[in-house]
Structure formats: structure tokens, C-alpha cells
Design a protein. Structure first.
Length: 362
């Protein structure tokens, strides 16, 4: 067992040698500890000025990188007031840190044995390179989205021209063409239609971010009712039995949530088994801070080896002439669910049926 003095020396050694900045203040806002890493990261040592001037002296800015952090939002001040903070991102830029630096800050109040607050402590780390990578990723994501959107939009026009001239040509030449040529024409027509669907789906995918709406209260029971009305024709054609459990009201982007249900239910109908009457169950279950929604069918099922792959863009397990589609529907669902901070996954047995699950925060 070490003596108190030895422990204290050891702690001092640790605090002086770690790469994380550590700063401690007493309840009056006097600095009582400022380790070398803090000096290096902030470019300066402790000041005698009051907390109201700290943001200005050290050049502490909020997440936008341009607004000086108000005194009430300074992590150290919040810690002195009893709050705990994890991973707050601040930008520090002052004449001693001229290139600027991004920090992730954790803060804790300091309490005495009786539980009274006697000060606060912050520990902070340099996350500048992580922030740069995130910025670059966001930029390239935006570029990619812009590219997909423009490409899909611009492809529509020549495709429309092909479609309409094909129609004109077939109307004019119908009587003169032999069976084989008519057959070729039909192939071209089908390919144009497929391409049109593909482009529409790609546009839908690329608009998930750009056309996103703020979250609102959504009554899922009503929403699913609407989805079922939209799919009425194919539900009747497939003679499906649809069972909808009690569904909650949640905060979500209504149009996007509708798209998720619509894609999952339409897939359940499309991939039904020819051997039995289609039954679809739509349920919701509350698990801590989440709702888990499920759309279960007794269709053809999916082999477990495909697992999460079907949620990738253009991933399909069947030939197009057997089951039409573009392989984008589930990727749209995934992107929407992730925008709602949820996850989507499937449990399935080949030849028995599939259950698609997705979570949304309450
Ligand atoms: P699409 O339906 O346009 O092919 P999706 O992204 O919606 O594209 O689905 C990807 C693939 O996942 C489908 O091609 C199919 O192979 C499989 N799949 C999706 N839903 C089901 C389901 N309910 N039952 C069986 N297979 C499914």
C-alpha cells in the first residue's frame, strides 16, 4: 500500500505526462490545476480574469467555429454549477493557437465529502484531425448526392425522348414489321420502362437528405392505414390477409416513415409464396427508449447468407423477369431509418417467410 504522499506524487506525475488537457477550478473560479497538455492545447496558462472573460481570452468558440461560447455554456462554468458534460466540441483559436484547434471536452463538478460542490474539472483532447476527416466525408457525401441527383435528373430527358419516338415508330410501322422486329421493339420498350423506374428510385434515394422534413408527431396506425390504401390494388390481387397491431405515435419525418412501411409491405406482397395465402403482420414493441416496428410475412424468405447485404444499393437476389425491381427499396428504408437514428435488419427463413425490423426513438 502506498502512502498518501506517494499516491499524490504518482497522480501528479500522471497528470503532468498525459496528452489530455486537465484544468481544475475552485468554486470561485480560481484555477487550481492546469497541466502541461492544457497549456500546450490552449496556448496559454491560467488567468486571473473572471469566467465572463475566459471565452474571449482563450478564444473558445461553439460548434459553428465562429460564435464565442457564452459564459453559461463554458464547460468549466457548467461543471462548477453541478453539470456533467461528455464530448462537447469546441473550437479554440487565439493568437497563441493561430491555426485553430478542435477539442472534445468532458466536464464534471468536484464535490467534497459532504457532497457540496467545491469546483469543477475539465478534461479535453485534440480532435482536429477527426473533425477534418468528418468535414471531408460530409463534402464528398454531398458531392456524391449532387452527382446522383443531377445524373438521374438529366437521364430522364433522353429516356423520355427514346420512349416517345419508340411509340411513334411502332405506331407508324406496326403493319410493316414482322414478328421478330415487333418482339425487338417490345424488348426496347421494357428496357426503357425499367430504366425509368431505376432513375425514379435513384432520385428518391438521393432526395432522402435534400428533401428531409423536420420530425413531427406521427400516428403510425393512421399512417399504415394510408399505406394499405395506396397498395389496395396489389393487396386485393394477392388476396393477402393483413393484421395490424396497436401502433404508437412517434416523432418522425412522416413522408419518409410512410416510404419505409410502403416499401416493406410492397416487398412482402411481391415476394409472396405461390404455395400459401399471403399473411402480413405489422407490429410495434417498446424497448427502453425505442420502438421496434416489424413487418412479417410468410413469403419465399431469404437465405441467411445474404443477411444485411440486401440493404445495399442495387442488391437483389432474384432475376428481374421473375420479380421486377431495382434493388433500391431497402437501401432507401435503411437510409431513412438511419436518419431517424435507428437500425433496420431482417430475420428470415428460406421458404418460410421474413420479418423486417426497424427501430425509431420514442
Ligand atoms: P427490389 O424489391 O426493388 O428488388 P429491395 O431493395 O426492396 O429491391 O429488396 C432487395 C432484395 O431483397 C429483393 O430483390 C429480394 O431479393 C429481397 N427481399 C426484400 N424483401 C423481401 C421479402 N419480404 N421476402 C423475400 N425477399 C425479400
Amino acid at each position: 500500500m502506498q502512502s498518501r504522499e506517494e499516491t499524490s506524487l504518482l497522480l501528479e506525475e500522471v497528470i503532468n505526462s498525459i496528452g489530455s488537457g486537465v484544468v481544475v477550478v475552485d468554486s470561485q473560479g480560481n484555477f487550481i490545476l492546469w497541466n502541461p497538455a492544457a497549456r500546450q492545447l490552449l496556448g496559454k496558462g491560467p488567468t486571473n480574469e473572471p469566467p465572463e472573460r475566459w471565452s474571449e481570452i482563450y478564444g473558445v468558440y461553439g460548434d459553428d467555429g465562429t460564435t464565442l461560447l457564452p459564459v453559461d455554456e463554458l464547460p468549466l462554468v457548467r461543471a462548477m454549477r453541478g453539470q456533467s458534460i461528455d464530448g462537447l466540441r469546441v473550437y479554440v483559436n487565439n493568437p497563441d493557437v493561430p491555426r485553430g484547434i478542435w477539442l472534445s471536452v468532458n466536464a464534471r463538478p468536484l464535490a467534497d465529502r459532504a457532497g457540496g460542490i467545491v469546483g469543477g474539472v475539465i478534461v479535453f483532447n485534440d480532435i482536429t484531425s477527426q473533425k477534418m476527416v468528418e468535414k471531408e466525408l460530409m463534402r464528398s457525401n454531398n458531392d456524391l448526392q449532387e452527382f446522383a441527383s443531377v445524373a438521374a435528373h438529366d437521364l430522364q430527358e433522353p429516356l423520355r425522348t427514346i420512349g416517345s419516338f419508340l411509340e411513334l415508330l411502332s405506331n407508324r410501322q406496326k403493319d410493316k414489321l414482322d414478328d421478330k422486329s415487333l418482339h425487338y421493339m417490345q424488348f426496347i420498350n421494357e428496357a426503357v420502362e425499367r430504366m425509368q423506374n431505376l432513375i425514379n428510385d435513384l432520385l428518391t434515394y438521393s432526395r432522402i437528405q435534400s428533401r428531409a422534413k423536420p420530425f413531427e408527431n406521427v400516428d403510425c396506425a393512421k399512417l399504415v392505414e394510408e399505406v394499405l390504401a395506396n397498395l389496395d390494388t396489389s393487396i386485393k390481387e394477392s388476396n393477402a390477409i393483413i393484421n395490424v397491431d396497436h401502433l404508437p405515435t412517434i416523432k418522425a419525418d412522416r413522408a419518409q416513415l410512410m416510404q419505409v412501411f410502403q416499401n416493406l409491405i410492397a416487398n412482402a406482397i411481391k415476394f409472396r409464396s405461390p404455395e400459401r395465402r399471403l399473411a402480413i403482420d405489422i407490429r410495434a414493441q417498446k424497448k427502453r427508449a425505442h420502438w421496434i416496428f416489424s413487418v412479417q410475412d410468410n413469403g419465399i424468405g431469404i437465405s441467411p447468407k445474404y443477411g444485411q447485404r440486401i440493404f445495399g444499393l442495387f442488391q437483389r437476389l432474384h432475376p428481374i423477369d421473375q420479380y421486377p425491381g431495382s434493388g433500391i427499396g431497402l437501401s432507401v428504408c435503411k437510409r431513412i431509418v438511419e436518419r431517424h437514428s435507428g437500425v433496420i435488419f431482417v430475420e428470415s427463413k428460406l421458404g418460410v417467410g421474413s420479418s423486417f425490423y426497424f427501430t425509431i426513438g420514442t
